[in-house]
Design a protein around this ligand. Structure first.
Ligand code: ATP
Ligand code: MG
Length: 434
C-alpha cells in the first residue's frame, strides 16, 4: 500500500457529522448580520507580507512569530497566509475606493492561519467571523457592534453573563498612549529583574504589549503598572463614557479591564473582548476594537473604523460545553428502491421531487445489489427521514408510489399517484408536517 498522507499539523478536517453544527452556527450568524445591516465581502487568503507587517505592527506576536510566510518561487514576491482579516479588508476598501459613497458595514467568514502550538482552542488553520464598520467615528457604532454580538450569542442560545462575558477598555489616542508608554517603561525598568525575554525585548519597542503577557511570574508587576485610562484626555474619556452609557442603556453588563490592550498595533479608543469560562486557557472567543488610523496607515484617505474577529472553533467549543446542539437536520424522505432495475424510472422521479423542494436521500445500490427491503428500511429509519417513498415494481406499474410514515406509528401508509408531481409534493407535505 502507498504511504498514507495526513493533514498538516494544526489544520483540521471537518466531517459531515460535525459540519451540521457549523452550518447551523454560520447560518444563524449570517441571519443576525443581515438584520443589523452588514453586507458580505470577501478578500483573498494570500496577501503581500508587507500588508500585515505594516497593518498589524512589527512588534506583535502575530508578525514576530506566527505568520505562514514564503517567497513566491516564480517572481520573488513576499507572500503570507492571512493571520487575521482586518488588514485585508482595509486594503480592499482602499483599493476599490469603497468608501466613496459613504460609510460601509461589512463582514466575512473564513480561514485564518497562525503558526502557533496547536492545543485546545488553538489551531494553525482556524475560522473567524470578521466584521468591520468603516466611516463612523462612534461611539454609537461601537455600541452597535457589541450589541450585535450579544444578539449573536442569544440567537445561538448563549446567555451573556453566564456563558460569555464582556470586557471593555479605552486605549485613547497615540499621544495619550505615548505619555502612558513613558510611564510604563519607567515602571518596568524599576522591575527589570522579573521581566521575561519577550518583555525585555518589547520594553523599548512596544511596552504596552507586556501587559498582554500570559506569564504568571509577571502578573504582580503588570497589575501594578500605570493604567492607560489615567492618561486619557477629555475627548477620549467622552468617547469611552459615551460607549458605556449606550451599553448601560441597553442593559448589557461589562467589566472595564485596564489590562485589555489586544495583540494588534492598530487599535485606539474602544477595545473589547468577549470571554468564556467554558473555554479553559484560551478563554477569548471574540476580540475587537477601533482602528481610526489604519486606513491612513495603509495608504487610504483617513477614515475611522471599528471591527472584531470571532473565533468560530472557540464558539463551537462554548456551545458544546453549554450542551447546545444544532437542531437535527434530517431529510424529508428516503427513497426505497427494491429493485435496481427500476432505477431509470425512479432516478428522474426523485430528481424532479427534489427540484420541487423536497430533501430526499435515495437508496443507492451497493455492489452486491440494492439489499433487502428490511435493510433499506433500516437505513431509511437511520436517516431521520419522516417518510419512506417506496418505489416497488407493483406501485410503479400502476403509476403510484407508496408513502410509509417512519416517525409516526399511528399514521397510515398511503399510495399516491405519480402523474401530477406538484400534487404529489403537496400531498407529501401533509405527511411531512402533520
Ligand atoms: P489569543 O490571545 O487567544 O492568542 P488573539 O488575541 O491572538 O487570541 P485575535 O487576533 O484577537 O486573537 O483573534 C480573534 C479571535 O480569533 C480570538 O479571540 C480567538 O477566538 C480566535 N483565534 C485567534 N487565534 C486562534 C487560533 N490559533 N486558533 C483558534 N482560534 C484563534
Ligand atoms: Mg494569539
Amino acid at each position: 500500500m502507498a504511504e498514507k498522507l495526513v493533514a498538516v499539523k494544526g489544520m483540521n478536517d471537518l466531517l459531515p457529522e460535525a459540519a451540521a453544527t457549523w452550518e447551523w452556527v454560520e447560518s444563524r450568524l449570517r441571519d443576525v448580520l443581515a438584520r443589523w445591516g452588514y453586507r458580505n465581502m470577501r478578500t483573498p487568503i494570500v496577501e503581500p507580507t508587507a500588508l500585515f507587517v505594516r497593518g498589524i505592527g512589527e512588534v506583535t506576536d502575530i508578525v514576530e512569530k506566527e505568520m505562514f510566510s514564503w517567497t513566491d518561487a516564480m517572481n520573488g514576491d513576499a507572500l503570507t497566509l492571512r493571520p487575521e482579516a482586518t488588514a485585508g479588508m482595509v486594503r480592499a476598501v482602499i483599493e476599490h475606493n469603497a468608501l466613496y459613497n459613504g460609510p460601509l458595514r461589512v463582514w466575512q467568514m473564513g480561514p485564518m492561519y497562525r503558526h502557533e502550538r496547536p492545543q485546545k482552542g488553538r489551531q494553525r488553520e482556524f475560522n473567524q467571523l470578521d466584521v468591520e464598520a468603516f466611516g463612523w467615528p462612534g461611539p454609537d457604532v461601537d455600541a452597535e457592534l457589541i450589541l450585535m454580538l450579544r444578539a449573536m450569542w442569544r440567537e445561538l442560545g448563549l446567555v451573556e453573563g453566564r456563558h460569555v462575558t464582556l470586557e471593555i477598555n479605552c486605549l485613547g489616542q497615540p499621544e495619550e498612549r505615548e505619555k502612558h508608554r513613558a510611564a510604563l517603561i519607567a515602571h518596568f525598568e524599576r522591575h527589570a529583574d522579573v521581566l521575561d525575554e519577550d518583555a525585555k525585548r518589547r520594553l523599548h519597542t512596544n511596552p504596552l504589549r507586556i501587559l498582554d503577557t500570559k506569564n504568571p511570574a509577571m502578573a504582580a508587576v503588570v497589575d501594578a503598572a500605570p493604567k492607560l485610562i489615567d492618561f486619557l484626555g477629555p475627548e477620549s474619556r467622552a468617547h469611552f463614557d459615551g460607549l458605556r452609557a449606550l451599553l448601560d442603556a441597553a442593559g448589557l453588563a461589562y467589566t472595564v479591564s485596564p489590562r485589555l490592550v489586544r495583540g494588534l498595533d492598530y487599535y485606539g479608543l474602544t477595545v473589547f473582548e468577549w470571554t468564556s469560562t467554558l473555554l479553559g486557557a484560551q478563554s477569548t472567543v471574540c476580540g475587537g476594537g477601533r482602528y481610526d488610523r489604519l486606513v491612513e496607515t495603509l495608504g487610504g484617505k483617513p477614515a475611522p473604523g471599528i471591527g472584531f474577529g470571532m473565533g468560530l472553533e472557540r464558539l463551537l467549543l462554548i456551545l458544546a460545553a453549554a450542551g447546545i446542539e444544532a437542531p437535527a437536520a434530517a431529510p424529508d424522505a428516503y427513497a426505497v428502491v427494491p429493485d435496481a432495475a427500476a432505477m431509470p424510472r425512479v432516478l428522474p422521479l426523485v430528481a424532479a421531487l427534489r427540484e420541487r423542494g423536497l430533501a430526499i436521500v435515495m437508496h443507492a445500490a451497493a455492489k452486491e445489489g440494492p439489499g433487502s427491503m428490511k435493510s433499506q428500511f433500516k437505513r431509511a429509519d437511520a436517516s431521520g427521514a419522516r417518510v419512506a417513498l417506496v418505489f416497488g415494481a407493483d406501485e410503479l406499474a400502476q403509476g403510484m408510489v407508496a408513502v410509509k410514515p417512519l416517525r409516526d406509528a399511528a399514521a397510515a401508509q398511503r399510495t399516491l399517484p405519480l402523474a401530477d408531481l406538484d400534487a404529489l409534493v403537496a400531498a407529501l407535505r401533509v405527511s411531512l408536517h402533520p
